[in-house]
Each structure stands twice: as structure tokens, then as C-alpha cells.
Design a binder for this molecule. Structure first.
Ligand code: ASP
Ligand code: MG
Length: 411
């Protein structure tokens, strides 16, 4: 008997027929004697729709009321799924995040889970019930409903799995695993049987969108056995996300990702003295702006340098406000920003021991006539910011996928 956490995404519970299929899949596991906790998303389109409704009454709604609104989407699915399970004779109970004891900080619309109380979980599991929990939500110490950011149901599932030390955490979605590139962009991507947490983390935060980045972070920290698989073809094995040690040989390049939800900011003539960068990024952090690529140029005239960085598109104006408010105090020059950019990245745990990977990426982009505006590298990835116009971004992804022979992985 195993303790399994499953998560079903929006399309997997998109219709009542799909919800019945999910109930059947859950029943398959309970019949084998496993204990199950199931986190679910809102039905596909629901959260978007709620956001649209909010916009119709207020173009700048408070985070608290947004969370109050958005958390309702998941509440619909948990009740329907519990009813569907009851109908086929599987004892189940639906619980909201707060009922489940999911305590978060109070960063509305992007809260982080602080702890999960086990008392309710134990009680229901001991009573032989499948627990159906609303993903993406929790409760703050101030007793307010919070949500974890778009796509946050994955994080609910992984955090529960980590907290109760589940034997397995399965993320059911509308694709049958993690691919070397987005199948909507590339014609012949390969499915990966295994991927490391680090690679997945990069791909998740780079816009591959299979998993919520925070969920992979939590899985990595707590070593949660994680798999991504299809709720439409439940017989198919998905992709396992494992430790680097779990792989015999790391691939040089595992995937190519693009992220159009990015904007760049450049600050010119920043005085070259200790503490300036610290202050800029500390303020951005306090304002809850997620900063990604940071590039500082070499010092000019021994006095100033330029700092540029990227942020998610919807944080752009907020970030620019924060920077503007520092201008007088710090005495830097012009601040420029652009949101017509995208980030293209190649990821692979084997890159670190394989020279020439970055050069090959740059050559491939230049052969396509694509100009590189920013570059950043880590042990397992190379990212470039390019202009997002026409089919530039898709062209970049496809040519990199070809250049690194990613269609041939596992074949
Ligand atoms: N319903 C939320 C969203 O659409 C959370 C999730 O689906 O994971 O972002
Ligand atoms: Mg999702």
C-alpha cells in the first residue's frame, strides 16, 4: 500500500465527463489498496473567466478580493469530483485549502506555503477516504484566503506530498509527459522518460508551462518522487523527475524553451560603488517583483556601469516605478524598458562538461538572422533575449531543436 498524491489540471477536469474519467482513474488506485490525496485545478477557462469578470468591475482590484474570487474556481471541481467518486462507491471528501490546513504567507495572488497541518489529513485517511483538495489556495496567518499564483495547483500537490512524505506525486495533465520543446511550436519533439529536477526547474520557469516552477523547487528540496503524465491516456508512463544521481548519463541539451512573458529594463550610468546593486534588487524584492536575468556591464571611465535585467511582463510598470523612485537617491542615468522581447533557452544537465554549446546556440540564432539582445548562462542553461516579432520566437525554438538533434532523443 502506498500513499500517493495526484493532481489533475484544468483540462483534465474540464467537463463533467472528464471529471467522471478522473474518478475512474482514482478508483483504479484505491482498489489496489493505495491511500490517495488528490489536488485539483479549476476547470479550464474558469480562472481566466473570473479574472475577466474582476476587470469588468474594477481595473485594479485588491489582491485580497482577487484571491477571494479566484479560489472559487477550484471549489467547484473538488465538490464535483467528490460527488463523482461517491457515485461509483469510492468514499471521498472535498476540502478547501484552508480546511486542509494549508498555511501561507500573506502575499495575495502569489502566496507561498508555510506549513501544512496534518490533523485533518490523518483523520480523513484513517477513515478510509480519498481527500480531494482544492489546489492553488491556502489561508494566511491573518485568516485570509490566499492563492499561489497561476498554475499553483501543482505546488499544492507537491507541497502536500513533501509534507506527508508521500511515496509518489503524480501530476496528471493534457500532455503525456515532458517534451524537448513545446509540441505546439516544434513538429517533432521527443518525449523525455526522465529529467532532473534542475532541468525541469529551468524548463518550468522558462515558459515550458508543464509544471509550476515553485512545485519543482519544492520537489527538489524535499526529493519528492514526481511524475508528469496524461489524464487522457492513463495507461501511458509519463516523465519521471528525479535527482541527477538517478540518471546514468546526463544529456547535453534536454530541451528548448521560449518565454514571451518577459520584459527588459536597462538602467544606464549606475555609479560603480558597493551596495548599489544590492539596494536596487532589494527594493525590487520588497516590491515582490521577480527579477530574472541580471547583467551588469564592465565599468566605464572607472565610474559607472549599466545594469539590465528581465522581469515578467505584468511586473514591468511596477518595477519601473520602483527604479524611478530610487533615481534621485542613487544618481543613475536613463532608465529604459521594452516588453516586445522573449527569452529563448536551451537546458541540459550535461552542458557543464561539454564545451561549445553556447557558441552553437549563438551560431544557430545568427544563421536565422536573429539578433541577441541579452545573454545569461548557468551550469545547465544558456538563455538569450531576442525581439518578439513575427515568427522570430518560434523560428528560434525550431532551429535550436534541430541544431541539437533533439528530435532524435531516445530514438
Ligand atoms: N486555476 C489556477 C490557474 O488557472 C491554478 C491552476 O490551475 O493550477 O492558474
Ligand atoms: Mg498547470
Amino acid at each position: 500500500m502506498a500513499l500517493i498524491v495526484q493532481k489533475y489540471g484544468g483540462t483534465s477536469v474540464g467537463t463533467t465527463e472528464r471529471i467522471r474519467k478522473v474518478a475512474d482513474n482514482i478508483a483504479k488506485f484505491t482498489k489496489q489498496g493505495h491511500q490517495l490525496i488528490v489536488a485539483v485545478s479549476a476547470q479550464s477557462g474558469t480562472t481566466d473567466n473570473l479574472i475577466k469578470l474582476a476587470g469588468e468591475v474594477n481595473d485594479n482590484p485588491s489582491g485580497r478580493e482577487m484571491d477571494m474570487l479566484l479560489s472559487t474556481g477550484e471549489q467547484i471541481t473538488i465538490a464535483l469530483l467528490a460527488m463523482a467518486l461517491d457515485k461509483i462507491g469510492v468514499p471521498a471528501i472535498s476540502l478547501t485549502g484552508p480546511q486542509m490546513g494549508i498555511l501561507t504567507d500573506n502575499a495575495h495572488t502569489k502566496a507561498r506555503i508555510l506549513s501544512i497541518d496534518h490533523s485533518r489529513i490523518k483523520k480523513e485517511l484513517n477513515a478510509g477516504k480519498v481527500i480531494i483538495v482544492a489546489g492553488f489556495q491556502g489561508i494566511s496567518e491573518e485568516n485570509e484566503i490566499t492563492t499561489l499564483g497561476r498554475g499553483g495547483s501543482d505546488t499544492t500537490a507537491v507541497a502536500i506530498a513533501a509534507s506527508i512524505k508521500a511515496d509518489l506525486c503524480e501530476i496528471y495533465t493534457d500532455v503525456d509527459g515532458v517534451y524537448t520543446a513545446d509540441p505546439r511550436i516544434v513538429k517533432n519533439p521527443s518525449k523525455l522518460n526522465v529529467i532532473t529536477y534542475d532541468e525541469m526547474l529551468e524548463l518550468a520557469s522558462l515558459g515550458a508551462k508543464v509544471l509550476h516552477p515553485r512545485s519543482v523547487e519544492v520537489a527538489k528540496i524535499h526529493n519528492v518522487p514526481l511524475s508528469v503524465r496524461s489524464s487522457f491516456e492513463t495507461e501511458k508512463e509519463g516523465t519521471f523527475v528525479v535527482n541527477k544521481e538517478g540518471l546514468e548519463k546526463n544529456l547535453v541539451v534536454t530541451g528548448v524553451a521560449s518565454d514571451k512573458n518577459t520584459a527588459k529594463i536597462g538602467i544606464f550610468d549606475v555609479p560603480d560603488t558597493p551596495g548599489i546593486a544590492a539596494k536596487i534588487f532589494e527594493r525590487l524584492g520588497q516590491a515582490n517583483v521577480n527579477v530574472d536575468m541580471i547583467i551588469q556591464s564592465a565599468t566605464r571611465n572607472k565610474k559607472v556601469n549599466d545594469i539590465s535585467f528581465t522581469v515578467p511582463k505584468n511586473d514591468l510598470y511596477h518595477a519601473v516605478d520602483v527604479i524611478d523612485s530610487l533615481q534621485e537617491e542613487m544618481g543613475f542615468g536613463e532608465v529604459v524598458c521594452a516588453d516586445d522581447v522573449a527569452k529563448i533557452s536551451i537546458v541540459g544537465a550535461g552542458m557543464v562538461s561539454s564545451p561549445g554549446v553556447a557558441a552553437k546556440m549563438f551560431t544557430t540564432l545568427s544563421n536565422e538572422g536573429i539578433n541577441i539582445e541579452m545573454i545569461s548562462t548557468s551550469e545547465i542553461k544558456v538563455s538569450c533575449v531576442i525581439k518578439n516579432y513575427g515568427d522570430n520566437v518560434n523560428k528560434a525554438v525550431c532551429s535550436l531543436h534541430d541544431a541539437f538533434d533533439l528530435d532524435k532523443i531516445g530514438k
